[in-house]
Write a protein that binds this ligand. Structure first.
Ligand SMILES: [Zn+2]
Ligand SMILES: [Zn+2]
Length: 270
């Protein structure tokens, strides 16, 4: 069976949008303020310990950028694939935005700063705390510890920027500045056509949304399909059942599905 013939049962966009509760907005605002304080402290710590270590700091920042791309894909895959909007707390707060995004991809462009960035700031707070409190002055390991601290700090900064890059990839071209369009075309941030691969039903690949650099290699090695097989084998859960409906999800599930799993073309690699 071809994926084009799959009958998807997506959820109602309006009901999903209404699931954004006002109390959760206060949690997000707290997350953004706490995140900004942590980033300022990490930058200060990097400045204090970074003298004479320019190359080390630059490599750590780049490592953090690539780690953020991986994390963006992994968390996106988790939230797209498992759980449901009816679960307590994480259902409305964390899973709902991902369901909404598939049925109404433009909704993200209508989200303000708090709704766009709150979640990513919240999930990064504990890592920011590690960066602030981890010891750096251990004899013989100082460079390694500074590298780890800056990599983690860079990672959470780019994780925070991820939803902004993602939002830009859905924005009408006229709304984007020339600089953002340049970054997208140079594939320094998530390009529009590249991300379009993920938005092709049944939304089962190209989860990475910071730069998307890891999408092609992870698809090539079957990274997410292997994880889905492992989860189904150990729990019996069917991937994507809450997102596209149980019938369609069973047809394409890597362990039980009958669908030939042909890859979508990646426009950025043609
Ligand atoms: Zn998705
Ligand atoms: Zn998207």
């Amino acid at each position: 069976m071809k994926k084009d013939n799959l009958k998807l049962e997506m959820q109602d966009a309006k009901a999903l949008a209404e699931g954004y509760h006002s109390w959760y907005r206060y949690v997000e605002i707290f997350g953004i303020v706490a995140f900004a304080v942590l980033i300022a402290l990490i930058v200060r710590r990097t400045y204090l310990y970074g003298e004479g270590r320019g190359f080390l700091i630059a490599s750590a920042v780049m490592t953090g950028y690539i780690m953020a791309d991986f994390i963006s894909g992994f968390v996106h895959w988790l939230a797209d694939t498992w759980g449901s909007t009816t679960m307590k707390v994480i259902g409305p707060a964390l899973i709902r935005p991902f369901r909404e995004h598939h049925v109404d991809p433009k909704a993200i462009t209508r989200h303000d700063f708090v709704e766009t960035n709150g979640n990513n700031c919240l999930i990064s707070l504990w890592v920011g705390c590690i960066c602030i409190f981890m010891p750096l002055e251990v004899e013989g390991y100082q460079s390694l510890l500074i590298f780890i601290m800056v990599s983690l700090g860079s990672m959470i900064f780019w994780v925070m920027m991820t939803n902004q890059f993602h939002k830009w990839s859905h924005e009408d071209e006229a709304q984007l500045s020339g600089f953002v369009k340049f970054l997208q075309r140079a594939h320094l941030i998530l390009p529009v056509a590249h991300h379009g691969v993920h938005h092709t039903p049944p939304f089962d690949r190209y989860y990475n949304i910071t730069t998307g650099w890891l999408n092609w290699p992870l698809t090539k090695i079957g990274f997410y399909r292997t994880l889905e097989k492992l989860v189904t084998m150990t729990t019996g859960l069917i991937p994507r059942a809450d997102d596209i409906g149980l019938d369609a999800a069973i047809k394409i599930a890597p362990l039980v599905g009958s669908d030939e799993h042909e890859p979508h073309a990646d426009p950025s690699r043609s």
